[in-house]
Design a protein around this ligand. Structure first.
Ligand SMILES: Nc1nc2c(ncn2[C@@H]2O[C@H](COP(=O)(O)OP(=O)(O)OP(=O)(O)O)[C@@H](O)[C@H]2O)c(=O)[nH]1
Length: 796
């Protein structure tokens, strides 16, 4: 077209249109919108022409010719001044011109020269009709170029250039053709594009519709938060919460629900459920497959010795060890490694060489079930004592058989029958009396009845059909571990399944390493150890904690990765509070189906109270939750009670008793809920309310401190003054106090006075002495503990 730098505003001006109209056309149809100063490409120009052509149709063909004539003279007036003739008749003439055009069309070539005068006259009305100007422009550029002028040029070119001209002409034609078809295509494309878009939109809607109808497939892992489930089902959180509520589950978006619940909800909401199997490093690393029955072979039983203080546990363990060693290899030096094995009639028995139930319970608290049988040592001259009862309850809670060893029968005042009688009170009916509890009379010191006891152990083990598969990688539990100056971390391991070999890579808690050396309890080097064999090994990166499970693994790199992961988890766990059972969360746990049993430990000042409370509390059992007192005893709440509570998920209930310092610390550390009561009915009411979710404790007791009574003075006008030493915390004048004697609360009330030397004191801090009197209580004795406490409102 030969138009160079034809700017938007120029085009607009030429068409007599506002620049905005042109830019609008471009915005609508061109690829890039333009502002008024920008130059237009040929394509954009033709686009504008095309648009204006389509939107400004010409009324008749005459107009075109009229314009053709008008166009040329338009250039000439500058040189040739138009004659002012017929000025008045101009409008009418303009009309005439248009009508006369057909007659002139035949001689169109001369038209240009013959018309100036008329044109001049016609130019005015044309200017007065801006609407008609637009089509005029359009026609000049497209039609005129094609139909009139080009044909003329073609003729000339043909004459002039011959072949070349013909070629050019062809090119020109095809070029023009191209432009046209391009234009046509453009227009067509806009149209078909729209259709295509419509079509695509329809298809999209259709697919959506189908997708909506087809059930969404959701992958649900073992546990999932309500929010995550909602997003996986492509539903809103509210919809899911509503559905959960419909099913009787009150859960917020962040709450975790198990697979079964999630699956029910998902199916109800029209989804197809698939279980998501998440393979952790642990699962990849640790071979935890079930053994086939044919691979299993009998293994030695693992036995623990329990009982009351001084009833002879250590003596019994020593006797057994020495008897067996003496019998096996005379003069053999035994090494203490926390566990050992003895042979009874060619059958091995593994003893955990850690007397007492502390170690046993602490392991169980970690979930380690390592013992198969418990030997309960009861001194025949002493009978059943508090720790004997604890031991019975620990073993019962672990679900292992108990063999009673009635010890010290050599003593003169030994009364084994009384022990048998007492045992029945704890549900252990001796075989002699028609029950199924094996009771052996022994003397650990005099080595009487030991063999029989051991035979009974093997017999019990046989009954239990204890088996393991020695042909797999080893797994077991850490019995104890320490840091040896020369050998580094050393651990006693009990292999529970498989065979541990020297050089194996093992992982135990956050410890990892290769088994560098392996020894049995006699200190003899071993290259491998099968099921139920205790060994001491060196080679771990650190000393693992007792009770941790260990595994022999194949991939050291992955094992180290797992250790790192565990360390990070431990760190996170240490930062997060542990969710254990308490009366406050009991109802929630029952509701969530997490708790079917409420385990309680009852401690009271007298046995009568224990029995009464036990009976009343167990009667609270209902369809949803069973109340079970797993241990009851007389005396202060001790660390062992706390450990049992921690390992069994129990709440401790105390009547007129207090926890000792170790128990208090342990309870805080292990998050064990301890409830102290003075009246049985208060306890029953509170637990009943907690089970029904109606517990509304508004106040919480805060212990301020403890003072020990060192001296007492009788002052006639005031009563008994106690000279005390504040052991911990502080004693505050306005606080409440309880007087505790041997772990038993003998009085609860408030202070009548608090003095430092002769002056009244508002409070007395730790490690200071003070004098105090208790309101309406004068029976204070030396050695009593004054516990100071206040009631604090629990913020809701
Ligand atoms: N006469 C007699 N004394 C025994 C017998 N068994 C143990 N004793 C004695 O009872 C006391 C306590 O024995 P231990 O074996 O230390 O008792 P324990 O149960 O291990 O005690 P703790 O380790 O304190 O829990 C020791 O003086 C033993 O000598 C026995 O069969 N006969």
């Amino acid at each position: 077209m030969g138009i160079e730098k034809y700017r938007v505003h120029e085009v607009a001006k030429d068409f007599g249109l506002p620049t905005k109209t042109i830019t609008e056309i471009l915005t609508k149809y061109a690829e890039t919108p333009k502002n008024h100063m920008q130059a237009l490409t040929d394509q954009e120009l033709s686009l504008i022409f095309e648009y204006l052509t389509q939107h400004n149709p010409v009324s008749s063909i005459q107009v075109i010719f009229a314009d053709t004539y008008k166009e040329e003279p338009a250039k000439e007036p500058a040189t040739k001044k138009p004659e002012p003739a017929g000025k008045a008749a101009a409008p009418a003439q303009g009309q005439q011109v248009r009508q006369s055009v057909p007659a002139q069309s035949a001689q169109s070539s001369q038209g240009g020269r013959q018309q100036p005068q008329q044109q001049n006259a016609a130019s005015k009305p044309a200017a007065q009709q801006p609407v008609s100007r637009v089509p005029q422009r359009k026609i000049v550029d497209t039609r005129k170029g094609g139909d009139v002028n080009l044909a003329k040029y073609d003729e000339r070119l043909e004459d002039l250039g011959g072949e070349r001209g013909a070629r050019m002409q062809r090119q020109q034609r095809s070029g023009k053709e191209k432009i046209r078809t391009n234009n046509q295509r453009r227009g067509g494309m806009t149209f078909s594009n729209k259709r295509k878009q419509d079509e695509a939109e329809r298809m999209r809607r259709l697919q959506l519709e189908i997708a909506k109808k087809a059930p969404v497939k959701v992958m649900i892992p073992d546990e999932i938060s309500v929010g995550e489930l909602a997003s996986r089902m492509k539903k809103t959180g509210a919809e899911v919460v509503k559905c959960l509520m419909k099913n009787g589950i009150m859960a917020s978006l962040s709450q975790i629900i198990d697979f079964d619940t999630a699956a029910i909800i998902a199916e109800e909401m029209g989804c197809k459920v698939e279980k998501e199997v998440v393979v952790t490093i642990e699962e990849r690393l640790i071979d935890d497959h079930e053994d086939k029955a044919e691979d299993l072979v009998p293994r030695a039983p693992v036995v623990v010795v329990m009982g009351h203080v001084d009833h002879g546990k250590t003596s019994l363990l020593d006797t057994i060890r020495h008897t067996s060693v003496a019998a096996g290899e005379a003069g053999g030096i035994t090494q203490h490694i926390g566990a050992y094995q003895v042979q009874v009639n060619g059958k091995p028995i593994t003893f955990l060489d850690t007397p007492g139930h502390e170690a046993f319970t602490s392991m169980r608290a970690r979930g380690a079930m390592i013992t198969d049988i418990a030997i309960l040592v009861v001194a025949a001259d002493d009978g059943i004592m508090p720790q004997t009862v604890e031991s019975i309850n620990h073993a019962k809670a672990a679900g292992i058989p108990i063999i009673v060893a009635i010890n010290k029968i050599d003593r003169e005042n030994a009364n084994p029958d009384r022990v048998l009688q007492q045992l029945t009170e704890y549900g252990l009916v001796p075989e002699d009396w028609g029950g199924d509890t094996i009771c052996c009379r022994i003397s650990a010191k005099q080595k009487i009845g030991i063999e029989n006891l051991l035979e009974m152990v093997t017999l019990t083990a046989e009954m239990a059909e204890l088996k393991a598969n020695p042909n797999r990688s080893a797994k077991g539990t850490v019995i104890e571990a320490r840091l040896d100056k020369g050998r580094g971390p050393v651990a006693t391991l009990l292999v529970q399944n498989g065979t541990l070999k020297q050089g194996d890579i093992i992982i135990a808690g956050t410890a990892v390493g290769r088994v560098r050396t392996m020894m049995d309890y006699k200190g003899a080097r071993l290259t491998q150890a099968g099921p139920s064999v205790p060994v001491e090994i060196a080679g771990l990166s650190e000393a693992p904690s007792a009770g941790s499970p260990f595994f022999a693994v194949a991939d050291e790199r992955m094992a180290r990765e797992l250790v790192e992961q565990r360390k990070a988890e431990e760190k996170a766990k240490a930062a997060a509070p542990v969710q254990k059972v308490s009366l406050e969360n009991l109802f929630d746990q029952i509701q969530a189906g997490e708790r079917k049993e409420l385990a309680l430990i009852v401690k009271a000042d007298v046995q009568g109270s224990v029995e009464a409370v036990k009976a009343s509390l167990e009667k609270l059992s209902n369809d949803e939750v069973t109340v079970r007192v797993i241990h009851g005893g007389v005396g202060a709440i001790n660390e062992s009670d706390v450990m049992l509570a921690a390992s069994s998920g129990a709440i401790i209930v105390g009547f007129n008793v207090r926890p000792d310092a170790a128990a208090r610390d342990g309870a805080v550390r292990q998050n064990v809920d301890m409830r102290m009561y003075r009246v049985i009915y208060d306890c029953i009411d509170e637990i009943e309310a907690a089970m029904k979710g109606m517990l509304a404790p508004k106040y919480r007791e805060v212990v301020l401190g403890h003072a020990e009574v060192r001296q007492t003075y009788k002052v006639s006008s005031v009563g008994t003054v106690a000279g005390c030493y504040v052991q911990d915390g502080k004693i505050v004048r306005s606080c409440s106090v309880r007087v505790v004697r041997d772990g038993i609360v003998i009085h609860e009330g408030s202070l009548a006075s608090l003095k430092r030397f002769k002056d009244d004191a508002r409070e007395v801090a730790e490690n200071y002495e003070c004098g105090l009197t208790v309101e309406k209580f004068n029976d204070i004795k030396e050695g009593d503990i004054i516990e100071a406490f206040t009631m604090e409102e629990i913020p809701r």
